[in-house]
Design a protein around this ligand. Structure first.
Ligand code: PLP
Length: 451
C-alpha cells in the first residue's frame, strides 16, 4: 500500500511531520513558513481576502506548487492524491505528455492563435471528429468558444432566436455556470446573493423530475429545455434513456430545443464519449455542450455542437454570423490539443487494462457499502466518476476532512451535501485508489466503533 499514514491522520500531517527536525532544518522551515505566511497574506491583500478567510475557517493552508499525473505537490514537499482533477478537466491527469507534446509542437509551428477573419484551420476537422465520436445522425455544426458558461449562453441564444420564444426550462439543482445568464438556470439563489437584480429569474422555470418537464413542455411556451445527463453537483442524479426519450418526444412535439449540457460529463468522464452514450440514450438532442476534458486542463475551451438547421438560422441573420464569439474563441491551439485528446481518448476507451482498473475501483468502493451499510447509503460509478452517498452531511464532511488531512483531495456536492464526488483520471494509479478506499474504510471503522 501507499505511504499514507492513517494513524497520524487527525492532525495536519505536514506540520506534525516537522516537529522533530534538526536545528538547521528548523531554521529552514521557519524561513519556509515565513514565506508561506507572506504568500497567504499577499494573496489575501492583492487577490482574494474572502477566499483566504474561507480556507482559514476550514483550517486549510496547503499551497500547491506542482502537478503531475494524478498527484499534486505542496510547498511543504508533501504529495497529494488528486480526486478533483481541475474540476473534471484533467481526464488523463495533470500535464499528460501526449497533450503537452501536441501543444509544444503546435507552439513551434506558430499557427495564428486567434482566428483572422474568423477561420481557424482545424475547426472543421475537430467538428467532424466530434460528430463521429458522439455518433451524431443528421447534419451538425460545431462552434468553439472559451468557457462552459459561454457555450451555455450560446445555446440559449440559439434556442430563443430559432423558436422566437422567451422562456427556458431547467432542472432544479443544476449548475450551468456563473455568468448572469447561466445563473438564471440555477434555482439555488445563494449562488447570486447580493446581485439578485442582475439575474432575471422570471425567464426560467424549473422542474424536478422528467414527467414534470414533459408536462411543462406541452404548454408550448418554451424555447429550450436544458439538462445535464448526470447532475454533478446535485450528487450524480441521472437522466435515464427512457426519461430522455420522453423529454425529447415532448420537445419535438412542441418545437422546443433540447439542450444537453455535457460540459462536465462529456468526452471520456463517464467511460464513453458522452454521458448520453454511457447511459444508452437512443435519442439525440438539438444542442450538445462540451468543454472540460477536451483540452486536458491546459487551455480553456468549450464546444457548441448544434443541429445545422438551427445554427444556420442563427448565423445567417444579416450581420450576426459571429455574434456568439468572444476574443479567444476558435483558438487554434485549443483545436490542436482537442484533436490529440480525442486520439488519446479513443485509445483509452479501448484499453482493457484501464477498464478493468476502473471497474475494480468501483467494486472496491461498493464493498464499502456492504461493509458499512449504516454509514454509506450507496455508490454510483460511471467511468472515472464516482458519487459516494453517506448517511448524513455531517458524516460526509468528516470523511472529506479526514481525507484532506491524509492528503487526498475530494469534493462534496454543493447541492447534495451528503455526497462525496471523486473525479478521477482515466489512467489513475491503483495506489491512489487503494489509498482512498483504505482511508474511508478506516474512518468508517472508527465511526462504527465509536457508536
Ligand atoms: C455542467 C456544467 N455546465 C457548465 C459549467 C460552466 O463551465 P465554466 O466554469 O467553464 O463556465 C460547468 C462548470 O463546472 C458545469 O459543470
Amino acid at each position: 500500500m501507499s505511504e499514507i499514514l492513517i494513524p497520524l491522520h487527525l492532525g495536519r500531517i505536514g506540520k506534525d511531520a516537522h516537529t522533530n527536525e534538526t536545528p538547521s532544518a528548523q531554521f529552514f522551515y521557519q524561513g519556509f513558513f515565513a514565506s508561506m505566511t507572506l504568500l497567504l497574506s499577499d494573496y489575501g491583500n492583492y487577490v482574494n481576502r474572502g477566499w483566504i478567510e474561507t480556507l482559514n475557517d476550514l483550517d486549510i493552508s496547503s499551497i500547491f506548487q506542482r502537478a503531475e499525473s494524478d498527484r499534486l505537490y505542496d510547498t511543504e514537499g508533501n504529495t497529494w492524491y488528486d480526486f478533483i482533477g481541475h474540476y473534471g478537466a484533467t481526464l488523463f491527469g495533470h500535464y499528460y505528455p501526449p497533450l503537452c507534446n501536441a501543444l509544444q509542437s503546435a507552439l513551434s509551428t506558430q499557427p495564428p492563435i486567434g482566428t483572422p477573419l474568423g477561420i481557424s484551420e482545424r475547426a472543421p476537422l475537430l467538428a467532424l471528429n466530434l460528430f463521429d465520436k458522439l455518433a451524431l445522425r443528421g447534419e451538425w455544426n460545431n462552434w468553439t468558444l472559451t468557457t462552459g458558461a459561454e457555450a451555455v449562453e450560446g445555446a440559449l441564444k440559439i434556442a430563443v432566436t430559432v423558436t422566437k420564444r422567451h422562456r427556458i426550462l431547467a432542472r432544479s439543482q443544476s449548475f450551468h455556470g456563473l455568468s448572469a445568464l447561466t445563473l438564471q438556470l440555477n434555482d439555488e439563489a445563494s449562488w447570486y446573493k447580493g446581485y439578485e437584480t442582475l439575474v432575471d429569474n422570471n425567464r426560467v422555470d424549473f422542474f424536478h423530475d422528467i414527467n414534470e418537464a414533459v408536462n411543462l413542455v406541452a404548454t408550448n411556451d418554451y424555447a429550450g429545455v436544458i439538462i445535464e445527463p448526470i447532475q454533478a453537483i446535485a450528487g450524480g442524479r441521472r437522466v435515464t434513456a427512457h426519461e430522455a426519450a420522453m423529454l425529447c418526444q415532448a420537445c419535438d412535439d412542441n418545437d422546443t430545443l433540447l439542450i444537453v449540457d455535457e460540459i462536465f460529463t462529456g468526452m471520456g468522464r463517464c467511460g464513453h464519449y458522452s454521458a448520453m452514450q454511457a447511459l444508452d440514450w437512443v435519442i439525440q438532442p438539438d444542442i450538445i455542450l462540451l468543454s472540460k476534458t477536451l483540452t486536458g486542463g491546459l487551455l480553456p475551451s468549450s464546444q457548441l455542437v448544434v443541429r445545422k438547421d438551427y445554427f444556420d438560422i442563427f448565423t445567417t441573420r444579416p450581420g450576426c454570423a459571429r455574434l456568439i464569439a468572444s476574443t479567444f474563441s476558435g483558438n487554434s491551439l485549443d483545436h490542436i490539443v482537442a484533436l490529440e485528446s480525442i486520439v488519446q481518448l479513443s485509445q483509452a476507451l479501448d484499453d482493457d487494462i484501464l477498464r478493468v482498473r476502473q471497474y475494480e475501483f468501483a467494486r472496491s468502493l461498493n464493498n464499502l457499502v456492504h461493509q458499512y451499510p449504516e454509514l454509506i447509503q450507496q455508490i454510483d460509478s460511471l467511468g472515472s466518476l464516482h458519487f459516494l452517498h453517506f448517511i448524513s452531511p455531517e458524516f460526509a464532511w468528516d470523511i472529506w476532512k479526514y481525507l484532506h488531512n491524509n492528503r487526498i483531495l475530494t469534493l462534496l456536492c454543493t447541492h447534495s451535501p451528503n455526497t462525496l464526488k471523486l473525479i478521477c483520471p482515466i489512467n489513475q494509479a491503483t495506489e491512489a485508489q487503494l489509498a482512498i478506499c483504505n482511508a474511508i474504510n478506516y474512518l468508517c471503522d472508527e465511526a462504527q466503533y465509536a457508536s
